[in-house]
Design a protein around this ligand. Structure first.
Ligand SMILES: Nc1ncnc2c1ncn2[C@@H]1O[C@H](COP(=O)(O)OP(=O)(O)OP(=O)(O)O)[C@@H](O)[C@H]1O
Length: 665
């Protein structure tokens, strides 16, 4: 049967060096302490053991403390009464605990505690704490046995018994003290060992913790390394694949390289041959360069000669030249009679009025009155095309590129074909002199570039309307005056005029179209869209020859004069306009007459037109007058006037003209 008493615990207080007491007899018997306590494992085993010493933070509790006197408890054989020792030392009186269902028959037994002498109990145990057998006390053996029954009044026997008990207890106490001392020594040793072990344990625990942390870290590192390793494995696979590919490509490239090496070898051989050829060609080139230089010198000389010849021819032809162009009948004039014009040769025409008097007799039309003959530098019949006219004019454009001043003006009665000749229409076939001149300039420039000339082109467009200069490229109204470039030069310029720098024929055509749109036009009796102003297209050609350090400036004036008109034919609203037009045209006639008569004073400044054309008419300019005449019989008188006027101009000779050429400083 298991004891219902609480199981004893043995503990060692960590703080105190002295272990108080060892309590249980059971435990004392099993207190088989090891000789050495250095091993942690051994200590742990002790901690685990029920009957062992709890070394970790152990402390002997109060109930576990060994009593200072003998506290051995002995169970009654009868199990009827449990006797417990009283806390008092040497107190023999014991308190009986009655168990239900048990009754004592002996009155003495009820008074006497059922306690066996401790000496006997101790002797029966007879085992020390250290496992050594305890020596039996000799006194107990020699003592005379006491009577078991004592009468009430036998105080002496009672005393002897008590004395004996006391002596026994005393002896027991002494033994116990000895045991206690022995145990104390062992406990001290244990305590000492425990402290050192505790320190070691702490150290080991710290180290263990550190190692655990390190282990954790290492395990984390290990995981990372595993992941990295996996990635590296994947990368390795990729790299292996790419290595395979690269190896394949390398093989291909190696093959290619071999091929190319062969090609290079061939090419090196070819190169050597080429070098030899090149050397030969360099020699030839040098020889050719020398020849080219000679040729260029010759060409330059020839160019000079050509210019001189060209100029001589121009001079021989006259610096004021006149072309006469007879326009064809247009659709709306089909029913109208025409003058009789005979083209005697390419420079002469004969004109007479149309005589219709005998037509009824069936003899056909014939010239009425005297036939008049006029000779010019060139006569263009109605069949002549724009291209035919420009062919004759193109030489003058070349002169402008060479640095001469050139003036081309279309003169004639209103509706005679001046604007058609100068501007024409947009179709290339019907393009007039101005657009053709522009194209020709750019074509000629290329030729001149081969000779080393570079050109800058400036263009301005103006009209003289009612004796006022109007800028056809600028919408802002400004005052424009005609001024001399300087006292020496006979060239003129117009103030506040918008000058456009031209880079291509398209740009020049664009300017021309703007000017055409801005020009003052009105319907006259002879023309639905009559130009009521004198329009002037001024193109300035500035050429530079770097090598020869030469610079040339040529001015090209392309003038479309307003048509002369009889005042009586005009509407009143247009009379001032017509007066101004006629005035300026008659002034033009006066200037030409003065030049013919070689008068000292030439009235250039009487009108804006003659003032502006002054350098072209009497100065340093090659002038071409394009006389336009209408074939209509109605216009006969005006045509005759124009022919006479043009004829006068044709006989007008200006002095030797000079090319504007300067040496660049
Ligand atoms: N050579 C030609 N071939 C065909 N048609 C022509 C020719 N010359 C002129 N014409 C036509 O005659 C008409 C009048 O010509 P244009 O307007 O050029 O005369 P103009 O002298 O400029 O007149 P204005 O002085 O009044 O301006 C136009 O319809 C034009 O197309």
């Amino acid at each position: 049967m298991e004891s219902r008493l609480p199981k004893p615990k043995i503990g060692v207080k960590k703080e105190t060096n002295s272990v108080s007491k060892i309590v249980s007899s059971e435990s004392s018997s099993s207190l088989n302490l090891p000789e050495s306590t250095n091993s942690t494992a051994t200590l742990k085993d002790y901690g685990k053991s029920k009957s062992g010493i709890n070394l970790r933070g152990a402390a002997l509790t109060k109930e576990n403390k060994m009593p200072t006197k003998s506290t051995t408890m002995v169970r009654s054989k009868t199990m009827a009464t449990i006797s417990r020792p009283n806390t008092g030392v040497g107190n023999a009186s014991k308190v009986g605990v009655k168990r239900p269902g048990t009754q004592s028959t002996n009155p003495i037994e009820t008074k006497r505690p059922n306690i066996r002498p401790i000496a006997r109990a101790a002797a029966s145990n007879n085992v020390g704490v250290s496992g050594k057998s305890l020596k039996p006390t000799g006194k107990t053996a020699t003592t005379k046995p006491l009577p078991t029954k004592v009468s009430k009044w036998d105080w002496k026997t009672k005393y002897e018994i008590l004395h004996k008990d006391f002596s026994s207890l005393k002896e027991k106490h002494k033994e116990t003290s000895e045991k206690h001392d022995e145990l104390q020594i062992i406990v001290d040793d244990l305590s000492h060992n425990q402290n050192s072990n505790v320190n070691k344990i702490e150290m080991l625990e710290t180290k263990n913790n550190e190692l655990s942390l390190e282990l954790k870290k290492l395990s984390t590192d290990n995981k990372d390394l595993i992941i990295t390793n996996e990635k590296l494995q994947i990368d390795l696979k990729h790299l292996e694949l790419s290595l395979e590919k690269t190896s394949e490509e390398l093989k291909k490239h190696e093959k290619l390289c071999k091929k190319q090496e062969k090609i290079i070898e061939d090419m090196t051989i070819h190169n050597t041959e080429l070098k030899i050829n090149l050397d030969n060609e360099i020699k030839i080139k040098n020889e050719l360069t020398l020849k080219v230089n000679d040729s260029q010198r010759l060409l330059h000389q020839m160019d000079k000669d050509r210019r001189i010849l060209h100029n001589t021819i121009q001079e021989m032809k006259g610096n004021i030249r006149v072309f006469c162009r007879v326009r064809p009948k247009i659709q709306k004039e089909e029913d109208k009679p025409m003058c009789t014009i005979n083209y005697i040769d390419e420079c002469t025409l004969e004109i007479a009025r149309f005589d219709n008097s005998d037509s009824s007799s069936g003899c056909g039309a014939k010239a009425r009155g005297a036939r008049q003959e006029f000779s010019f530098d060139k006569v263009f019949p109605p069949t002549a095309t724009q291209s035919d006219v420009f062919e004759e004019l193109s030489m003058l454009v070349q002169s402008a590129l060479e640095g001469y001043n050139v003036c081309v003006f279309a003169y004639g009665q209103t509706g005679s074909g001046k604007t058609y000749t100068m501007e024409g229409s947009y179709e290339p076939e019907y393009e007039g002199m101005i657009p053709r001149t522009v194209r020709h300039i750019f074509e000629e420039m290329k030729e001149f570039q081969l000779l080393g000339w570079e050109y800058k082109i400036e263009a301005s467009f103006l009209e003289i309307y009612n004796e006022h200069i109007v800028d056809l490229l600028d919408f802002n109204q400004k005052t424009h005056e005609i001024r001399m470039v300087d006292n020496k030069a006979k060239d003129l310029y117009v103030t506040n005029l918008f000058v456009e720098e031209i880079e291509s024929p398209e740009e020049l055509h664009k300017c021309l179209r703007i000017a055409q749109q801005n020009r003052a036009v009105a319907a006259t009796k002879c023309n639905d869209r009559s130009s009521r102003s004198h329009s002037v297209a001024r193109i300035r050609l500035i050429g530079t020859h770097e090598k020869n350090q030469e610079r040339s400036v040529g001015n090209l004036n392309l003038v479309d004069l307003a048509g002369s008109e009889r005042l009586k034919d005009e509407a009143i609203a247009r009379q001032t306009e017509t007066k101004n037009i006629n005035k300026s045209l008659s002034n033009l006639g006066n200037v030409i007459l003065a030049l013919l008569k070689k008068q000292d004073h030439v009235p250039y400044r009487n009108s804006k037109l003659t003032h502006l054309l002054m350098p072209s008419l009497g100065g340093n300019s090659k002038t071409l007058m394009l006389l336009n005449i209408s074939p209509l019989d109605d216009c006969f008188n005006e045509t005759l006037n124009s022919l006479r006027f043009a004829s006068n101009v044709n006989s007008c000779k200006t002095g030797n003209i000079k090319r504007s050429k300067t040496i660049i400083q």
